[in-house]
Design a binder for this molecule. Structure first.
Ligand SMILES: [Zn+2]
Length: 63
């Protein structure tokens, strides 16, 4: 499951580690609580999940 960083179009706050595939592109801004739907995930910044592959952080899977 990919995680995304999304900049809120309302207040400009960047919300981190969103599971957009789970919410069908919806995100709720943690700063101003606006609901925003992103048409294409490709327009957001993708974070490679390196930290969960290796060392101290346990991978949490929503299976
Ligand atoms: Zn916002």
């Amino acid at each position: 499951m990919k995680q995304y960083d999304v900049k809120c179009p309302v207040c400009g706050h960047v919300n981190h580690n969103l599971f957009l595939e789970e919410t069908d592109g919806w995100m709720e801004c943690e700063e101003c609580s606006s609901m925003t739907r992103l048409n294409r995930f490709g327009e957001t910044i993708r974070i490679p999940i390196i930290a969960v592959n290796g060392h101290c952080k346990p991978a949490v899977l929503h299976a």
